[in-house]
Every structure is written in structure tokens, then in C-alpha cells.
Design a protein around this ligand. Sequence first.
Ligand code: NAP
Length: 317
Amino acid sequence: MTHQAIILGTGPAGLTAAVYLARANMEPLVIEGPEPGGQLTLTTEVENFPGFPDGVMGPELMDNMKKQAKRFGATFERGWVTDVNVDQRPFKLSVDGLGELEAQSLIISTGASAKLLGVPGEKSNIGKGVSTCATCDGFFFRGKKVVIIGGGDSAMEEANFLTKFADEVQVIHRRNELRASKIMQDRARANEKITWALNKTPVEMVSDGMKISGVKVKDSDTEEEELLETDGIFVAIGHNPNTEFLKNKLDMDEKGYLLVEPGTTNTNIPGVFACGDVQDQKYRQAVTAAGTGCMAAMDAERFIEGEATIDWSQSLS
Ligand code: NAP
């Protein structure tokens, strides 16, 4: 069976695309990856999604979007896409657990995942004091000392957020200058609970086997090492788009974000559309992801409709 549209990813972009395509009677098949619902399922309360004056829990928002898409006829399958052939249509997808699938149009909304430093003690302590999501885990550090690693807007935003819970939030950044915008820096610098460990590169996360006790850092100039004691470590050094499986298949920038024609969701392959964080490293909001999901659905619908017109006129000649 060849699907009219397959959507990869179930964050706000993919689910919004699913609602729109389902309502357009295109019966989209939505493939849920390893993190169904995307990054919003890792957050607690979402206060800035329009329409929820009292806020809404991230997982609930995503669950509702899924229900809405299902109500109009979208179908969902769990699977891990291992290969994509976009050289010719119908496009072909190899999906672990589902076999080979075919689609006339593809919407890529696989999102982005938090980057890790790759130092010893990091991965093994995720959930034991190491986190990439201040909004999810900040609550557990009430009255404690935490560090946040990174010098960008995310690090500043999360440092401020963490001061709601922790007594001290120390920002560790590998350079003396922060990358964050001036307004975010100013806000963080004005917060008395935030302290700074600048020009320090984290080299190891230290734990007693049960929970984190410190982070070893190296001075970026003198290379001298010291141990900064802490109860929790938040890593906020950016995100990687989930596009590994699309390398050499679709145009992407040097960081792996998919390139789209400005003002559209068109990738370089006609019939393949990209929406959400997988093509956006600037806004990265649930509502902007949902907005581009809507655009992708409309682009896909018009693409398929346009083709139907061509096929019909060709069959007459
Ligand atoms: P980012 O701007 O890429 O900053 C990443 C930070 O992590 C940089 O300071 C970088 O250091 C550091 N870093 C990266 N790899 C590292 C490593 N291996 N070891 C140590 N440090 C490392 O990422 P972001 O802060 O997530 O922001 C991404 C985008 O979202 C930006 O465009 C940002 O403006 C936007 N954003 C906006 C808001 C807002 O306006 N409310 C909030 C969050 C994010 P260097 O500086 O030395 O490279």
C-alpha cells in the first residue's frame, strides 16, 4: 500500500501536520519514534501555548493533539526509521518493526535532542543528578546547589528558572564571554542566587555511585583542574537535530538542520517537507513548531493535489 502522506515524529509539528492532513482526508500515517510526543513530554507545565490561560501540562497537551489527529483519521505506528529512499517516488522507508513503507509525500518532524558533553560520569548519571531539562528536573533540587553548563540563552534561561528551587545555581562556561543575548545575560547577572565559573571546561562528573557530588573542571587557560561541589548538574549546551538517517539524502546545514525554502516547508526534494525543530534552531517553541506543522500539511496537500491534476489531464491526452 502506498500512503498519500507519512509523517515522521510526534512532537507539536508532526501532530499538527497530522490534524491538518487527516482533516484533508489524506489519511496520514504517523510514525512515533523513541520519544513519543517529543520534548514537551519532558516538561511539566507549558504556560505559553496560546489558548491555555492557566497553563497545560506538556504530556497532556501532546496527548490531546494526538487524540485530535486520531479523531480525524490519522493512524499511528511505533517504529525506528533506519533508511529513507527519496530518489524517486513513491518514497520508500525502512522502519524497524514495520518493514518497508511507501509514501507519495513525506513530512519530517523528527525534532532535536539535547546535546551531551561526552565526559566521563555524564551519561551514566542521567537521572541520578545529571539532567538536560531544567523544567523537568529543577523541582528535585529545592534548597540545594546545582550547576548549569553552557553560556547560551538556554543556559541563562534555565539558570534563572532553577533559582526558583535551588539555593545556588552556578553557571559553568568554557569561555569568559557568554554567547547568550544581552537581555538574557543581564537578567542572569542580576540574579543573586546565580554564581559564575567562567573559562572552565567540564572534564568529569563525579558521583558516589548513587548521586552526583561534583563536577571536575579545567581552567581553559592554565589547564589547572578543580572540583566544584554540587548536588545536580544541568547540561544546556544546545541541541542536535534528529537527522542522522537523512544524511546525504536531503540538504542540511553544517549542524544537520534540514534546509527549507524560506517561507515554505519545502526541502530540496519535491514532496518532502520539514517542520518543527528539525529545521529551526532559532525559535524552537511548541507554538512555532505547530505553526510549521500546519504549513507542512498544507504544502503536502497542495503538492499531492497538484499532481492529481497533472495525472488527470495526462490520462485524457
Ligand atoms: P547555543 O546558543 O548553541 O549555546 C550553546 C552553549 O553551550 C554555548 O555557550 C557553547 O559554548 C556551549 N557549549 C557547546 N558545546 C559545548 C561543549 N562541548 N562543552 C562546553 N560548552 C559547550 O544553544 P542554546 O543556548 O540552546 O540556544 C539555541 C538557540 O535557541 C539560540 O538561537 C538561542 O538564542 C535560542 N534560545 C532562545 C531563548 C529565548 O530567547 N528565550 C531561550 C533559549 C534558546 P561557546 O559559546 O563557547 O560556543
